[in-house]
Ligand binder design. Structure first.
Ligand SMILES: C=C(O[C@@H]1C=C(C(=O)O)C=C[C@H]1O)C(=O)O
Length: 273
């Protein structure tokens, strides 16, 4: 039985999944695509085994998962694809109702931490699937992630645009871990050899992709709307590592999320080994 992998359908996942495919071990994996919030649900319900999942999903169900080491989707400063679009400067958003994408589980909590704890604002939040222009007619601010955030920033239609990776870094001086590679604990036990092999394949794929961004961009579908150079630039902005500094940032995020009541408590970080 092959392991079932979740594949986030965003440009940030293209390098590692392209390199993984090129390793030629595809028969070992069955791939299910979706946006992060959908894939988090599938993982929580045992319908997929491994997934680059919203980091908050680990803290929501820490007893269900282990984390593949040295892998993440993070930013050390700007991220370019987790963006607050606003009609007014951020300082004027106190008291406002802010719209947020339905695709995210982590970044919605990051936004609440930045506004509620760092700026000490009081806001209401409302999920929406409205496109950027319509959402900003109904609400003063909108959070988008992934390709929709990249496209929104490129379009340049919102008067004020804030990069949440950059804001987190400005307030904390730490990396922000948006996604962790989570393995269902049950799969980690019952299909241990395959998970070991996958972990090794992903580290190899990460190393290869770091050295091959221009070649990967030349065949990536996203080049049609963002351009090859900007795609490479975006990938170089993202950090796919999970260093001790990343783990410090992750622990601080979990502590703040617990402070806001988004999770019961900040869990211990358990890596697969
Ligand atoms: C950097 C990003 O990180 C993402 C943000 C996620 C979230 O907010 O839940 C989940 C997975 C990542 O793909 C992005 O989507 O642009």
């Amino acid at each position: 039985m092959p392991l079932t992998l979740g594949h986030i359908v965003y440009a940030n996942c293209t390098p590692i999944f392209t390199a993984l495919r090129d390793l030629g071990h595809s028969p070992d994996y069955r791939i299910v695509t979706g946006v992060p919030a959908q894939l988090n649900r599938l993982l929580a319900h045992g319908e997929i085994d491994v997934c680059p999942s919203s980091s908050i999903e680990y803290a929501t169900h820490p007893d269900r998962y282990v984390i593949l080491p040295d892998l993440s989707i993070s930013a050390v400063g700007p991220v370019k694809s987790v963006m607050l679009f606003s009609r007014v400067p951020i300082e004027q958003l106190d008291g406002a109702t802010i719209a947020m994408t339905t695709e995210s589980d982590t970044s919605v909590n990051l936004l609440k931490i930045i506004l509620g704890l760092f700026h000490r604002f009081t806001n209401r939040f409302q999920r929406t699937d409205l496109p950027l222009t319509e959402a900003l007619e109904a609400h003063p601010g909108l959070l988008l992630i992934g390709d929709k955030a990249l496209r929104g920033a490129l379009a340049g239609t919102a008067p004020h645009v804030y990069d949440l990776g950059e804001l987190w870094y400005r307030f904390t001086g730490l990396p922000f871990v948006f996604a962790l590679w989570l393995v269902r604990r049950e799969a980690a036990e019952s299909q241990r050899d395959k998970v070991v092999r996958l972990g090794a394949d992903l580290l190899k794929a990460k190393r290869i992709s770091y050295e091959s961004y221009p070649a990967i961009a030349a065949e990536a579908p996203e080049r049609n709307w963002i351009g090859e150079e900007q795609l490479v630039d975006y990938w170089r902005t993202i950090s796919y590592d999970l260093t001790p500094a990343h783990l410090d940032g992750l622990r601080l995020f979990f502590r703040h999320a617990a402070e806001l009541g988004a999770i019961a408590s900040a869990p211990e970080i358990r890596l697969f080994s």
